[in-house]
Design a protein around this ligand. Structure first.
Ligand code: NDP
Length: 255
């Protein structure tokens, strides 16, 4: 049996976290580092990435990368591999929100959301798998949403993207399980970040509804997602693949 300290340790691992400089991605980075991993954080804006890297010298490394430039994914992974080593943890966390009535969502807007959450994430996943195979296995996490599970008004493209993630993780889990590559998702409930603040802005009714049906009676903190990510990537979760873990204060079973 593993010792407790080994079961939850990511000592010696290298992770790639997209959107790792802000909000949930930043908290995932913090938690992975505390569990012993080194982390490459990727995003479009340099500043939040560098701020995060500065907190953890020689543990966190900033990479400017736009996940929608999917043709660059292979080169990006090669660059990380040559500079830091092989990432055996990939957290597809980068995301954008779009809140408007479904009939007003243009095809271009719809595609941008899918390109970010699904196509861009897939390009990194596809480029990571051969490296993980060579390393003897790995763990891939997608950050899904309550929009993967519920009908939430005004988020049609976002819901399409987050629901697609559930099909993606199940498919990858069966394709790569024999190679010790585990693929899971976390579905965060309502977590206090810049993105959720914007989504709630001017919508007190939604805020009331969220809190009213959350058994734990509060919004989540990014850290709540960070520790769930550590668990799913750690040896303690070595028999878990193809699942979506709701980290939501119970809202998905609340009435
Ligand atoms: P943030 O807006 O803080 O984080 C989004 C991150 O994604 C930013 O760091 C952003 O960096 C990065 N990003 C966006 N587009 C791209 C791109 N094209 N390429 C690379 N990076 C990109 O919000 P959250 O922390 O709340 O969101 C993180 C994830 O969690 C998202 O997938 C979101 O859908 C999901 N989520 C959030 C919930 C919440 O309540 N907050 C609930 C459920 C899910 P930059 O702009 O510099 O590129």
């Amino acid at each position: 049996m593993l010792a407790h300290s080994e079961a939850f340790s990511l000592q010696g691992s290298l992770a790639l976290v997209t959107g790792g400089g802000t909000g949930i991605g930043r908290a995932i980075t913090d938690a992975l580092v505390k569990a012993g991993a080194r982390v490459a954080v990727a995003g479009r804006r340099r500043e939040p990435l560098e701020e995060t890297a500065a907190v953890y010298p020689s543990k966190v490394f900033a990479y400017t990368y736009d996940v929608t430039q999917e043709q660059e994914a292979g080169n990006f992974l090669k660059r990380i591999q040559s500079e830091l080593g092989t990432p055996t943890i990939l957290v597809n966390n980068a995301g954008i929100h779009l809140k408007k009535k479904a009939e007003e969502v243009t095809a271009e807007e719809f595609r941008k959301v899918l390109d970010t959450h699904i196509v861009g994430a897939h390009a990194l996943t596809a480029a990571s798998i051969p490296l993980m195979r060579q390393a003897g296995g790995g763990s891939i996490l997608y950050i899904a949403s309550m929009a993967s599970l519920f009908g939430i008004p005004y988020v049609v493209a976002y819901a399409a993207a987050k629901s697609a993630m559930l099909g993606v993780i199940r498919t990858l889990a069966v394709e790569y399980g024999r190679e010790n590559i585990r693929v899971n998702a976390i579905a965060p409930g309502w977590i206090e970040t810049e993105m959720s603040r914007k989504a709630m802005e001017g919508d007190p009714e939604r805020k009331r509804k969220v809190l009213g049906r959350t058994p734990l009676g509060r919004f989540g903190s990014p850290e709540d997602i960070g520790w769930a990510a550590v668990y799913l990537c750690s040896p303690a979760a070595r028999f878990i693949t193809g699942t979506c873990l709701a980290v939501d204060g119970g809202i998905s079973i609340g009435f």
